[in-house]
Ligand binder design. Structure first.
Ligand code: ATP
Ligand code: SF4
Ligand code: MG
Length: 351
């Protein structure tokens, strides 16, 4: 069975009717950057450095990790807003065929664009201030030649209604809306071409706490109604706990732990996950004082440490850790970790 037929045959949970929508294999995105603007030695920035992950239709995979670990680059490579250096992004189309998005160009790439979209962190920067809401939400429909004329306006009205905005305001410009309303406009736009996959890149971290929950609930409601699949990027583990069926923890361009959210949070198998979870503020912290945050600087993607990239910050490191890169291996059928001692330590989680 070749790679593509393997993903077509995958049914992760037939009882729930879930099937494999996306499988990312050994994905890399390396950037070459010059230290000086004109000439001089070049550095290789390993923004994404060998990622394996999958997404089943209709689920939410949370992607967490500190700033600079490669979350946005990975999301952009998956939806082909950026071009991977190597690896595969196998994506199952609604007609059952599977394509490797990493290899597509030109017309083939344009043809799959409607199937995936991105919601960005900053709803102020991501909406063109000179376009009306009608034009912003209609753009994916126009670009993909999916609607025009009266039908176009009707579809935009329905999309605005879906995200809880009054279609009467579609001729207004983004500045007339609050941050939460602008993010709703961004979500309406992401839904316009009826995508199967939406990459939500920190969709609420720029919003007031008071409206974050409303936008998160809207995303969940849309998923229930439309069956859309989310890759949900966040650095806030409490938000991911609320949103994600499964979680993938990223460090220095790699997935270091992945599994069902409840299991990973309760019984982490990678010391980096334990450190991230220990930094999540909990009610009991009010009595016990602040918890410790990850010590040391995150790894530099242009100069990764040898062996396990986390070893300079790891409380459990042994001499072997600076020599050998740990592979992402199964600790249970659904839970994997990239630590030489994933089967050895009992780490602290949260309940
Ligand atoms: N176009 C680029 N050229 C060079 N380096 C880049 C480029 N885009 C991203 N990087 C680098 O790749 C690494 C990963 O960046 P990325 O934006 O994907 O991280 P992130 O996890 O999304 O961070 P944040 O949480 O701050 O959004 C960083 O070191 C970043 O500086
Ligand atoms: S491999 Fe070693 S350094 Fe890396 S997380 Fe595991 S114990 Fe820590
Ligand atoms: Mg980012």
């Amino acid at each position: 069975m070749d790679d593509l037929s393997a993903i077509e045959a995958t049914h992760s949970d037939p009882e729930e009717g879930r099937w494999r929508l996306l499988e990312v294999r050994r994905l890399r995105r390396h950037y070459t950057v010059r230290r000086r603007p004109f000439g001089g030695p070049a550095d290789t920035v390993r923004a994404v450095d060998g990622v394996d992950l999958h997404l089943d239709k209709g689920e939410t995979l949370g992607l967490v990790g500190e700033s600079g670990c490669g979350k946005t680059t990975l999301g952009r490579c998956i939806i082909r807003a950026d071009r991977p250096t190597s690896g595969e992004v196998l994506f199952r189309l609604p007609d059952g065929h599977t394509v490797d998005l990493a290899r597509l160009h030109g017309r083939e790439l344009r043809a799959i664009r409607p199937h995936m979209h991105m919601v960005f962190q900053d709803p102020h920067a991501s909406l063109n201030p000179r376009m009306t809401v009608l034009d912003i939400v209609a753009e994916p429909l126009v670009c993909n030649r999916l609607a025009k004329g009266r039908e176009l306006v009707d579809r935009v009205a329905r999309l605005l209604d879906t995200v809880g905005l009054d279609p009467v305001h579609m001729e207004r410009y983004p500045h007339a809306f609050s941050g939460g309303q602008r993010q709703r406009i961004g979500i309406a736009r992401s839904l316009a071409a009826d995508p199967d996959l939406i990459v939500c890149d920190e969709p609420v971290s720029a919003l007031d706490v008071s409206v974050q929950a409303q936008v998160l609930n809207l995303l969940q409601d849309i998923q229930r109604r439309l069956g859309v699949t989310y890759l949900f990027v966040a650095h806030d583990l409490a938000v991911v706990e609320h949103m994600a069926d499964r979680v993938a923890v990223m460090y220095a361009g790699r997935i270091v732990e992945t599994g069902p959210t409840a299991e990973v949070y309760a019984r982490p198998r990678h010391p980096y996950t334990e450190t991230l979870l220990a930094a999540v503020p909990r009610l009991e912290d009010v009595e016990r004082g602040p918890k410790f945050v990850p010590a040391g600087e995150p790894a530099n993607a242009a100069d990764l440490p040898p062996g396990c990239a986390f070893h300079p910050r790891c409380h459990y490191a042994t001499p072997n850790c600076s020599q050998e890169i740990p592979a992402l291996g199964e600790v249970t059928r659904v839970h994997s970790a990239a630590c030489h001692y994933a089967h050895t330590w009992t780490l602290r989680g949260v309940t």
